[in-house]
Write a protein that binds this ligand. Structure first.
Ligand code: NAD
Ligand code: KPL
Length: 305
């Protein structure tokens, strides 16, 4: 039997991957938070994927971190702020040749996870696929996209990419995954906080053209200073293009705030400001944006980290 995929986190992306792998007869196990969640999961009978309006149930076996099967291949599908703790609970089950695929948005959580599991190979991912939960253990496949995977320290692609091909998960092995993650982080920093503060759709930022341009100039400076010149190229033009192309959408951070969910601010704007200060780079507008966003989140009673 081929190596099983353990999926940590039964949320939107975790379910999207688990169900497609299971559909292709790839062995999959779902790791849920605790015994209570496991009981609820077993009562539901599996994970449901809703695609093109049709729901299909996949009876993926579930377990908790306390199960004792060794883990060789782990998809970490938690939010960035949960990843380090969630992986720490599994560290004792990882084999000496274990590989982790880290699906988190932003930067910072990947290094925190890698420090927890020095024996494992950590592969970073950046995804433009979109999914959301419309019930417990149910996910709607909302936006087709692509997932780039890469390992900054080791350019050879892993053999299990063939499982992704079999499962119809569009992907590409990337030798510049850090550049991709920094570019996405910069886009998210230029767009998402402003949509929260101005309470608008992405397209609403066309009324705040100067503010966006000033942020892009500071983000460009940051990317160049921290050794990511390729991620800095024509950033403002791409931000403007994304604002136009996604004008009718609400950004992911806007949606988190509107649904009173914790945001990933520390791994996006917070990470950018932290790295800037490490490089003694003065970026006043980016820092001010972070302060405004933190104050706004606190005023709503939401975590600001
Ligand atoms: P989600 O909140 O839907 O799912 C995360 C899941 O992890 C939750 O079910 C949570 O209960 C679970 N979890 C947390 N700690 C756990 C633990 N210790 N043990 C077991 N389970 C645990 O999140 P998501 O939307 O799937 O996002 C995951 C990551 O992917 C984020 O960084 C997000 O920014 C990124 N991302 C999401 C999308 C999307 O469309 N949803 C698209 C691109 C990138
Ligand atoms: O990725 C995005 C998000 O909503 O998180 C966009 C808006 C496309 C860029 O910031």
């Amino acid at each position: 039997m081929s190596t099983p995929w353990h999926i940590l986190g039964a949320g939107s992306l975790g379910t999207l991957w688990a169900t497609r792998l299971a559909r292709a007869d790839v062995p999959v196990r779902l790791i849920v938070r605790d015994a209570t969640r496991l009981q609820a999961y077993q009562a539901a009978g599996g994970l449901t994927l809703v695609e093109h309006g049709e729901a299909q149930l996949y009876p993926v076996p579930g377990e908790t971190a306390d199960s004792d099967e060794p883990i060789r291949r782990l998809l970490v599908a938690c939010k960035a702020y949960d990843a380090e703790k969630a992986v720490a609970r599994l560290a004792h089950r990882l084999t000496s040749d274990a590989e982790l695929i880290l699906l988190q948005n932003g930067l910072g959580s990947q290094d925190a996870v890698a420090t927890q599991v020095p024996q494992a190979r950590c592969i970073f991912a950046s995804s433009t696929e979109g999914a959301f939960r419309d019930g417990d253990w149910r996910v709607v496949f909302a936006g087709h996209g692509y997932t780039w995977l890469g390992d900054a320290g080791h350019p050879v692609a892993p053999i299990w990419l063939e499982d992704l091909s079999a499962a119809g998960i569009p992907h590409e092995w990337s030798t510049d995954i850090l550049t991709r993650l920094w570019r996405k982080l910069a886009l998210n920093c230029a767009i998402n906080p402003l949509t929260v503060l101005h309470e608008c759709r992405n397209g609403g930022l066309q009324q705040h053209h100067c503010e966006v341009a000033t942020l892009c100039a500071e983000l460009t400076e940051l990317l160049e200073r921290c050794g990511q010149p390729a991620a800095a190229e024509n950033l403002r033009e791409e931000v403007e293009r994304v604002i136009q192309a996604t004008a009718a959408n609400f950004s992911s951070m806007y949606q988190d705030v509107a649904n009173q969910r914790r945001t990933e601010i520390s791994y996006l704007l917070g990470h950018a400001c932290k790295v800037a200060s490490r490089h003694q780079l003065n970026l006043p507008h980016l820092n001010q944006l972070q302060q405004r966003l933190i104050a706004h989140l606190r005023s709503l009673g939401l975590p600001s980290d």
